[in-house]
Design a protein around this ligand. Structure first.
Ligand code: IDP
Ligand code: MG
Length: 156
């Protein structure tokens, strides 16, 4: 099982899309193991987007992410990192495929609704930025044996 860090960005919150986006992940069969509605501070934004320092869009990205509250989620499943990235769609709303979150709900390239970790290393780092010990809550789901084929002993 992998856990990934998802952020519903300020535009998703302001546009009333939180519920619809969360529903997509839950209906897919992924499990929400952490959730936090928060205002991202300058310091947290800089830490989270450290890899983008110096890029032309960096300053406006940090301004955007700190402009209004976000909803941060920890989402778990087999291959959750890649599954969530696929569900998010391409970075720019203008060319994200229909059927993806960015493709269905937005047209902007910078206000693109959602962040998702892009690797296990990024997920570990980003989950550590946004969730303290005990804030990611492991719990059993009664639907688990219907989400995954468990007949072989491992989720399939
Ligand atoms: P990702 O969110 O799909 O992983 P990244 O390349 O990691 O895309 O960029 C981080 C965020 O920075 C994007 O989600 C988007 O909000 C913003 N961004 C990236 N490239 C551009 C750009 O060329 N113009 C404006 N904003 C950009
Ligand atoms: Mg990225």
């Amino acid at each position: 099982m992998e856990t990934t860090l998802i952020i519903l960005k300020p535009d998703a919150v302001q546009r009333g899309l939180m519920g619809r986006i969360i529903s997509r992940f839950v209906e897919k069969g992924l499990q929400i193991v952490g959730a936090k509605f928060m205002q991202i501070t300058q310091k947290i934004a800089e830490k989270h987007y450290a890899d983008h320092v110096g890029k032309p869009f960096y300053e406006s990205l940090v301004r955007f992410m700190t402009s209004s509250p976000v909803l941060v989620l920890a989402i778990r499943g087999v291959g959750a990192i890649a599954i969530c990235r696929k569900m998010m769609g391409a970075t720019f709303g203008s060319n994200a495929e229909p059927g993806t979150i960015r493709g269905d709900f937005g047209v902007s390239n910078s206000f693109n609704l959602i962040h998702g970790s892009d690797s296990p290393e990024a997920a570990q780092k980003e989950l550590g930025i946004f969730f303290a010990d005990g804030e990611i809550i492991d719990h059993d789901r009664s639907i688990e044996p219907w989400v995954y084929d468990m007949t072989g002993g491992e989720p399939e």
